[in-house]
Design a binder for this molecule. Structure first.
Ligand code: DQA
Length: 143
């Protein structure tokens, strides 16, 4: 089973960025633990600060992977291009946000991705990625 986590702009700064909102752990450390825990899954990770690169990766994995876990970060609230890519593909997309975007500024309440996501996990910190993974994986394969 092949699942990819795609992270958008500034998520490369996790662990160093607004720790009160996003926590102290780097994504690299978190991802290593997740891979270990779900060792039966072919789990990969891609991060980019560039909108077109995120679209390229969604297209590349959107027909041959079993799931995409997508945190498009700020592009969630602005990008028709990423939303169209999510709509175009056949791989299910679970949208994740580390913070509770609904308890933050109004502009974070709008997601262009949500209408075409399989589901949305918001506000559970990095654990949200694990919850998304569990939602995509049949339970005997979970770990
Ligand atoms: C975020 C929420 C977005 O509003 C913000 O721009 C991010 C991260 C989250 O994971 O909480 O960069 O997607």
């Amino acid at each position: 089973m092949k699942i990819i986590i795609i992270n958008g702009p500034n998520l490369n700064l996790l662990g160093n960025r607004e720790n009160n909102i996003y926590g102290n752990e780097t994504f690299t450390d978190f991802f290593a633990k997740l891979q270990q825990k779900f060792s039966k899954i072919e789990l990969s990770h891609f991060q980019s600060n560039i909108e077109g690169e995120l679209i390229d990766k969604i297209q590349e994995t959107g027909y041959n992977y079993d799931g995409i876990i997508l945190n498009a970060a700020a592009y969630t609230h602005t990008s028709v291009g990423i939303a169209d890519a999510v709509k175009a593909i056949t791989t299910p997309v679970v949208e994740v946000h580390i913070s509770n975007t609904f308890s933050r500024e109004d502009f974070r309440h709008k997601s262009y991705i949500s209408p075409n996501a399989k589901g949305i996990i918001v506000g559970f910190g990095l654990q949200g990625y694990e919850l998304a993974l569990l939602s995509l994986v049949p339970s005997p394969q979970a770990s």
